[in-house]
Design a protein around this ligand. Structure first.
Ligand SMILES: NC(=O)c1ccc[n+]([C@@H]2O[C@H](COP(=O)([O-])OP(=O)(O)OC[C@H]3O[C@@H](n4cnc5c(N)ncnc54)[C@H](OP(=O)(O)O)[C@@H]3O)[C@@H](O)[C@H]2O)c1
Length: 276
């Protein structure tokens, strides 16, 4: 178990998912964890997630308490939160942010000194400890800091290291990714109903098909195109369906969606930089 004190600022979906992951894998100890959150009702809920965990309405208390401060608030209020915690920052603390579009350079400038900063982009599957997270270091973060961040995000899924210039691309692909998958699943479920299945049966079949296909691709490490060839027999159902998908531009739609989400992440970041 790690001996650092950890604070999570923002006890929303992502903040609580990370807290639970760290506690479940026993990377962090509840006695050494504090979650800061403005809403009183939520504070009560937070105290219930683990015996001994600290909940505070004060971000400054959390920043003073912890060695590792994980910022899990919306990008729009990051500026305010960084200003609040700045007086409590020292160069031996580590700040990790999961906010879309907020760069390490922006955080470093706001915090001043040589505070080590790491930017991360997880996704909502962190709630079930199946996130795909990318991390990148700021200019004062060391290999030890990166290793600590890897441990934190490995407690809620898998982690890859990327250059910061690729973080907007990551946000477009895997940060936003669960939304694409939910849309695809909803579409498949509707399709099942259209061809006569009950909604429940259509949902179960669509979800398991997605899980099974993902597991197959993960375990065989085959290229998707090769697995697609495996299931498209001459003159069969799959090749007819594939023709329809190609005609309607499914892959182009997905490429467009990822591109536009990556662009939006970059715009959110640029707006912040300009405000400095
Ligand atoms: N959700 C995702 O799929 C996802 C994926 C990747 C990255 N992220 C990033 O994760 C971050 C959090 O997202 P989320 O989905 O967890 O949002 P969320 O559920 O809205 O959580 C944000 C939390 O911050 C709290 N908060 C608001 N103002 C605060 C303040 N001044 N100080 C401390 N806490 C404050 C909110 O409390 P109230 O509810 O009381 O306002 C809320 O509990 C965002 O930056 C987002 O970009 C999210």
């Amino acid at each position: 178990m790690n001996t650092k004190k950890v604070a999570i600022v923002g006890g929303g979906n992502m903040g609580l998912a990370m807290a639970k992951g760290m506690l479940q894998t026993k990377w962090a100890d509840a006695e050494r964890m504090m979650i800061a959150e403005p809403l009183k009702d939520k504070l009560e809920h937070i105290k219930g997630i683990a015996h001994g965990i600290k909940a505070s309405h004060s971000n400054t208390e959390a920043a003073a308490f912890a060695d590792v401060i994980v910022l899990s608030v919306k990008p729009q209020i990051m500026s305010h939160v960084l200003d609040e915690i700045k007086p409590f920052m020292k160069d031996d603390k580590l700040v990790i942010s999961v906010a879309a579009g907020v760069t390490t350079g922006y955080m470093e400038k706001k915090l001043g000194g040589k505070v080590p900063v790491i930017r991360a982009m997880p996704n909502i599957a962190a709630v079930v400890r199946e996130s795909a997270t990318a991390i990148c270091p700021g200019k004062y973060a060391t290999e030890d800091h990166l290793s600590m961040a890897r441990n934190i995000f490995e407690s809620v899924g898998i982690v890859v290291d990327v250059e910061e210039s690729l973080m907007d691309a990551v946000t477009g692909l895997s940060g936003t990714g669960p939304m694409y998958v939910f849309q695809i699943l909803e579409g498949l479920s509707d399709a099942g109903v259209k061809v006569g299945l009950s909604r429940d049966v259509a949902n179960v079949l669509a979800i398991q098909t997605l899980i099974g296909s993902s597991k197959l691709i993960k375990e065989t490490k085959e290229h998707p195109a090769k697995l697609k060839d495996l299931v498209t027999s001459p003159g069969g159902t799959a090749i007819s369906a594939l023709h329809s998908l190609e005609r309607n531009g499914l892959k182009a739609l997905l490429i467009d969606a990822v591109e536009v989400a990556a662009k939006r992440s970059s715009e959110l970041g640029s707006k912040k930089e300009q405000s400095l």
